[in-house]
Design a protein around this ligand. Structure first.
Ligand code: FAD
Ligand code: NAI
Length: 465
């Protein structure tokens, strides 16, 4: 009889966990994956990446019809919002993709154990009233919304909501206050602004989108203001009260000063996410979390406990689905005795607003701290395709080492920046110089030509400005 029930048990079926399970099964390992949600796919497929993009996509069409962008191209329409159908297509997208993971589990003979797992020892978990044993256990429990002290989120009431509640609003709010000008606040704030809400973003720091390049953050402020959002930067929320279905939000300058109140129908709390480790029984296997609540691993994704591994949002690094997926592949390969590697220096980040904001590698600020640099910038206004499509906002910026010309960071603001950043990431993965990119033939007319021109600008010779 086998010593363990499984070779690999993955805890959590998000992009980290389900990918790890599939890869492990592909490599011939007997695999199970535990998750207590009704459907597979974790945060990303159920309440994150996918439903938010479904609402962003649909609301972008509505906005183009409502704000005159379609009329400017000779398409005259007066849009009427059918929010229930918009929600239904979002739910359909989620159903299709989560069902797809279930299909892949069956195809790869992975057992889905429906329930929340807790360690008994390093090779045993309790889940769904059973004890399950495995030679290797991968923790891929992801993250949840960081609460704001003293403010109670109630997604059912729909007044103070988190991202899950903000995806499900039953009516377009007249006024919406977004606490936190990060990725979730700007994506979901954009959805409801496009559908007609007056959106105010309250951000603690002096710019939106922390972690992105300084020029990108400055430009983001200008673009979202131009689109009609009210931005209250360097401002913190000190309290929210709800009375008769309306919220009163008290804010004051981050540095201290006079308080003021703002009224809203809906308040979205989006101040970050924190790792899910509660209830996992980590103490039973002698594993503790760091100051940020994350499980630390080595570069193989092994924790300090033999046979226990961890990946995705629950470990350090950006909380992004593609980072979790790549770690899922790598951890399965490492368990199988191969060499699974993730280059954490080159994880692209994308904000899926219109325009999109994307970056990979170092910001200009971080690169300058490292040594001398050269910077090339090219405006989307000079790109024929963007200009033709009436998409004037944005730029591409390339940061290269002053001596070796090796590309250290690429930042794009463009309608399709999320797609453009893939080529930059690949070039950097191959150690490209700005000259390599400048002398690579790019198809015309494409937004990606702006990357070539920004690369040409690193040494001062773009054509179209
Ligand atoms: P998760 O996806 O969080 O999955 C963890 C799973 O583990 C969950 O299903 C949970 O139920 C389960 N679990 C937890 N504890 C246990 C337990 N004890 N036993 C069993 N199961 C357990 N990222 C992007 O890259 N692009 C985007 O466009 C994007 N959009 C987002 C939009 C929103 C609104 C949100 C909230 C997030 C978004 N993200 C996006 C982030 C992305 O969702 C996460 O980075 C990603 O889901 C992390 O994957 P994971 O596998 O680590 O964890
Ligand atoms: P975030 O970390 O992106 O932004 C949170 C913002 O809230 C920061 O700007 C922070 O300064 C601000 N803040 C913190 N406390 C505050 C306070 N008290 N008052 C006012 N502002 C305050 O976190 P967010 O937007 O909640 O998203 C969580 C994570 O989910 C992201 O970091 C990202 O990893 C992931 N995500 C990724 C997406 C993508 O890839 N497109 C989309 C949505 C989420």
């Amino acid at each position: 009889m086998a010593e363990y029930d499984y070779d690999v048990l993955v805890i959590g079926a998000g992009p980290g966990g389900y990918v790890a399970a599939i890869r492990a099964a592909q490599l011939g390992l007997k695999t199970a994956c535990a998750d207590g949600r009704e459907t597979l796919g974790g945060t990303c497929l159920n309440v994150g990446c996918i439903p938010s993009k479904a609402m962003l996509h649909a609301s972008e069409y509505f906005d183009a019809a409502a704000n005159g962008a379609m009329a400017a191209m000779g398409i005259k329409v007066t849009p009427e919002l059918d929010l229930e159908t918009m929600h239904a297509q979002r739910r359909d997208a989620v159903k299709g993709l989560t069902g797809g993971i279930e299909f892949l589990f069956k195809k790869n003979k992975i057992d889905w154990i429906k329930g929340y797992a807790s360690f008994e020892d390093a090779h045993t978990v309790s889940v769904a009233d059973k004890k399950v044993t495995a030679k290797n256990i991968v923790i891929a429990t992801g993250s949840s919304v960081t609460p704001l002290p003293g403010i109670t989120v109630d997604n059912d009431k729909g007044v103070i909501v988190d991202s899950t509640g903000a995806l499900e609003l039953k009516a377009v709010p007249k006024n919406m206050i977004v606490i936190g000008g990060g990725v979730i606040g700007l994506e979901l704030g954009s959805v409801w602004r496009r559908l007609g809400a007056q959106v105010t973003v309250v951000e603690f720091l002096d710019q939106l989108l922390p972690g992105m390049d300084g020029d990108v953050r400055k430009e983001a402020g200008k673009i979202f203001k131009k689109q009609g959002m009210t931005l209250k930067l360097s401002t913190k929320v000190t309290g929210v009260s709800v009375d008769g279905g309306k919220a009163t939000v008290t804010v004051e300058p981050s540095a201290g000063g006079d308080a003021e109140t703002l009224e809203a129908d809906v308040v979205l709390v989006s101040i970050g996410r924190r790792p899910n480790t509660e209830g996992l029984g980590l103490d039973k296997i002698g594993l503790s979390v760091n100051q940020r609540g994350q499980i630390e691993t080595d570069h193989d994704f092994a924790t300090k406990v033999d046979g226990v591994w961890a990946i995705g949002d629950v470990i350090p690094g950006p909380m992004l689905a593609h980072k979790a997926e790549d770690e899922g592949i790598a951890v399965a390969e490492n368990i199988a005795g191969m060499t699974g590697i993730v280059n954490h220096d080159l994880i692209p980040g994308v904000v899926y607003t219109a325009p999109e904001f994307a970056g990979v590698g170092l910001t200009e600020e971080a690169a300058k701290e490292r040594g001398a640099i050269k910077v090339g910038k090219f405006p989307m206004l000079g790109n024929s395709r963007a200009k033709t499509n009436h998409e004037p906002d944005g730029f591409v910026k390339i940061i290269a080492d002053a001596e070796t010309d090796r590309v250290l960071g690429v930042w794009c603001i463009a309608s399709v920046a999320g797609t453009m950043i893939a080529q930059a990431t690949q070039a950097m993965e191959f150690g490209a110089t700005s000259e390599d990119i400048a002398y690579t033939c790019h198809a015309h007319p494409t937004h990606s030509e702006a990357i070539k021109e920004a690369a040409m600008a690193v040494t001062g010779k773009p054509i179209h400005v």
